[in-house]
Design a protein around this ligand. Structure first.
Ligand code: GDP
Ligand code: MN
Length: 344
């Protein structure tokens, strides 16, 4: 009947903690975090909340990845927090390092120059992390069998219980990329990212789809709006990152050197890829996911969502910031227009 169909389309309307009460098989999906041994308390806190809000019901595995070996203390400490299976993985060495296209000397020079210009401006490891999350994490052997991942981070908060399986929701609605917070990036960290991106578009028109939502990060004058999905939360159909188009785009960015010479984040990189390669109907704003990462938080304000949440409705970055509002206003544009924009 109509009410049931409505709940299937808007599963947050469901007032019970399980969809229809019956156990459905899990998808090939996991909760994935890159994390350091020093972040034990913070990842415990995140896992406790993810379990409380959603995953105790479903039991999707946690996959924790580290460039170093996890300590026994870390593994025991995390596993003590949940009944759900946790897989611990070390990164393949070839995935964590300096891009072969940059020179050590120039990297050092740029780190010194950017040190006081912005957060992590002088951090080498932060750049390794951003490059890893942009072009490698989905290639980790522990993720090989996954169709979807939900990225989590130590020290974040989840405020709303989820009465449905978001992976299933993504699959049933043919969604590729899900986010909860979208906002402006610091321009100084991505000074040449759009120019580098449009070169790739012009060189690879065969990779561009007939329609895309490029008008979110790029305006009609071909200026970078800096709008990006905050990738510390993202639920993604991994076939997107594994596609030829995404790999070609990542390689192009890596060759340009901006992961090191500037401080390109995986968030603006994932976003530009999604915006030039996907249609709006393939992207989903998880408005019902109340979420805080240090710096910003989103607390839903729709009554049928807030009843699942414990958060301060004053934490409303998505309803107030320019990028949040722009997202609701922009629509797809054609490949022809996107190419004109890229050439402007
Ligand atoms: P921010 O969110 O941009 O402030 O950056 P974070 O410090 O939160 O780093 C993003 C994610 O990468 C978090 O999950 C961190 O735990 C992880 N991370 C950052 N740097 C490293 C690192 O050097 N090694 C490991 N293993 N994880 C890291
Ligand atoms: Mn973080």
């Amino acid at each position: 009947n109509r009410a049931l169909r409505e709940v299937a389309r808007k599963p947050w309307l469901n007032t019970k903690q399980t969809m229809g009460g019956e156990k459905k098989p899990l998808l090939r999906a996991a909760m994935v975090a890159l994390v350091r041994n020093s972040e034990l308390d913070d990842i415990r806190s995140t896992i406790r909340q993810v379990d409380d809000r959603f995953n105790r019901e479903f039991g999707y595995p946690y996959i924790l990845l580290n460039d170093e070996d996890f300590t026994e203390e870390f593994k025991v400490g995390v596993q003590a927090m949940t009944k759900t299976k946790i897989l611990f993985g070390k990164l393949p060495e070839s995935h964590w390092g300096l891009s072969p296209y940059v020179t050590e000397e120039k990297v050092q020079e740029k780190l010194a120059y950017n040190k006081d210009r912005y957060l992590y401006g002088g951090s080498y490891s932060y750049r390794l992390m951003c490059r890893y999350q942009s072009g490698f994490i989905y290639k980790h052997p522990l993720l090989a069998d996954l169709d979807y991942y939900w990225r989590i981070e130590p020290g974040v908060d989840y405020y709303c219980s989820m009465p449905y399986d978001p992976f299933r929701y993504m699959r049933d609605n043919k969604l590729i990329y899900g986010y909860t917070i979208g906002l402006k990036e610091n321009r100084k960290t991505v000074e040449t990212l759009w120019n580098t991106t449009r070169t790739w578009m012009l060189e690879n028109p065969h990779h561009l789809p007939e329609k895309s939502i490029i008008y979110w990060p790029i305006n009609e004058k071909s200026e970078y709006t800096l709008c990006h999905f905050w990738s510390n939360f993202e639920i993604v159909d991994l076939s997107f990152y594994r596609s030829e188009a995404y790999e070609s785009y990542f390689q192009h960015l890596d060759r340009a050197g901006g992961f090191f010479y500037e401080r390109w984040g995986d968030a603006p990189v994932h976003t530009l890829a999604a915006a030039i390669l996907l249609r709006k109907e393939q992207i989903h704003w998880f408005e019902d996911v109340g979420y805080r990462h240090p710096g910003n938080a989103h607390c839903p304000n729709k009554p049928e969502m807030t009843r699942n949440c414990v958060c301060d409705k004053g934490m409303n970055i998505m309803y107030t910031n320019l990028c949040g509002r722009r997202y609701t206003e922009v629509n797809d544009i054609s490949k022809e227009r996107a190419l004109v924009l890229a050439a402007l």
